[in-house]
Write a protein that binds this ligand. Structure first.
Ligand code: FEO
Length: 142
């Protein structure tokens, strides 16, 4: 089922958010590498790679339903942090922002009665719960 015009626009914006997430995590990795926190740096490298996969799934879905995806302007990402704890706290804030965007997408898919898009977005709902849980646990440990 083709996406509504509104949901297609939101999916394209989500591609940008997922790319921005990749850059946020590469910025965090850069900070951690410079401090020789290599284990944490590797963790954020993997997070950044995962964000690429999240982008890709949206691209493939858009193509699958017969549309073209768009590459929108990305935000610059900082590599300035105060500590490892600061990195994780800001990572959690960022993931909460992404969770809110995924919920917006889901809400629109419900309005559109687009059951296929809802099923696609189910994976992201679970993924975001996992991401937030992971960051929250690291903050508690640190
Ligand atoms: Fe793709 Fe970490 O949200």
């Amino acid at each position: 089922m083709a996406l509504s015009e509104k949901l297609l626009d939101m999916f394209n914006q989500q591609i940008k958010h997922e790319y921005d997430s990749r850059n946020v995590y590469f910025g965090m990795e850069s900070y951690l590498r410079e401090k020789s926190w290599d284990g944490f740096a590797n963790f954020f490298h993997m997070q950044a790679e995962e964000e690429m996969a999240h982008c890709r799934f949206f691209m493939e879905y858009i193509a699958f339903v017969g549309n073209k995806w768009e590459m929108r302007e990305l935000k610059a990402a900082t590599n300035e942090y105060e500590s490892v704890l600061d990195v994780f706290k800001k990572g959690l804030v960022h993931e909460k922002f992404i969770t809110a965007r995924i919920r917006d997408l889901y809400d629109q898919a419900v309005i559109d009665k687009d059951y296929h898009a809802q099923k696609f977005l189910d994976w992201y709902i679970g993924e975001q719960a996992e991401e937030e849980d992971n960051f929250t646990k690291w903050i508690a440990k640190l």
